[in-house]
Design a protein around this ligand. Structure first.
Ligand code: DC
Length: 243
């Protein structure tokens, strides 16, 4: 797959998106590294769709909690994994999540879901079911930035552009603390627990480009991902100073 820059007949400008290219950009890394904002920003700039795979694990977790299922019971969780119909919207400007037709975009971010989701995500039948669905979404997207923990290693190992986004533990916790209005210390304890529980499902692909976002602005991270995608696609890259 290769994309050349198109000349817009109305404006005479060179188009710098890689939309409709079928390009898959995999963005993996731990929570708090800035994956979502960076992936959405890069997808918007590149004219690609966007998939937040974590939101699908969160959606299933919300549905299980709503039914009073004990999420530490892996057998029951696995047996129920395919029950709810989970749908996601892939517009990077306005992603949404629905379960059985109900919009749960906001409620999947609550502390209750965040505390329970790692136990659900570790269950093999859950992963097999959601990974199959994620592969379908990616295959049908016509070009997508997909973020998660195992995109470059398991979900889309053939993705030609792979990024592993990290940040120092303290920096990740302080970013999350701002979002959740809890103290950085309390957030750090939760973060370390989640990192431990998620570690078996998380990995950096050998061919991923590692970006340490500790002292980078969001724009700088987006710009790096966009540059990698354009380099791969053969589209000229213009540096964006602000968004
Ligand atoms: O990125 P997040 O916090 O929304 O992810 C929610 C949970 O899902 C977290 O426990 C990690 C897990 N996850 C996963 O196991 N594999 C993915 N591809 C994405 C998320």
């Amino acid at each position: 797959m290769n994309v050349s820059a198109d000349l817009d007949s109305d404006t005479g400008e060179v188009s710098d998106t890689v939309s409709d290219s079928g390009l898959i950009v995999a963005v993996d890394g731990p929570s708090g590294a800035g994956k979502s904002s960076a992936s959405r920003g890069a997808a918007t700039e590149l004219g690609l769709r966007y998939l937040d795979t974590g939101s699908m694990y969160r959606a299933l977790t919300w549905w299980l909690l709503d039914r009073g299922v004990d999420v530490s019971d892996a057998g029951t969780v696995g047996a129920l994994a395919a029950e709810p119909r989970i749908e996601v919207g892939t517009d990077p400007q306005a992603p949404w999540v629905r379960v059985d037709g109900t919009d749960i975009t906001s409620v999947i971010r609550t502390r209750e879901v965040t505390d329970a989701v790692s136990a659900v995500a570790v269950v093999p039948r859950v992963r097999a079911h959601l990974i199959a669905q994620q592969r379908d979404i990616i295959a049908q997207a016509g070009g997508i930035v997909a973020e998660g923990r195992d995109i470059g290693t398991v979900v889309a190992p053939d993705a030609p552009v792979k990024v592993y986004l990290t940040a120092a533990g303290a920096e990740r916790a302080s970013r999350r603390a701002v979002e959740s209005s809890r103290s950085p210390a309390a957030t750090r304890i939760d973060q370390d627990r989640r990192d431990r529980l998620d570690s078996a499902q998380s990995g950096k692909a050998d061919d991923a480009v590692e970006i340490d976002s500790t002292s980078l602005s969001l724009d700088q991270v987006i710009d790096t991902i966009v540059r990698l995608a354009r380099e791969y696609s053969g589209v000229p890259h213009q540096r964006h100073q602000s968004r």
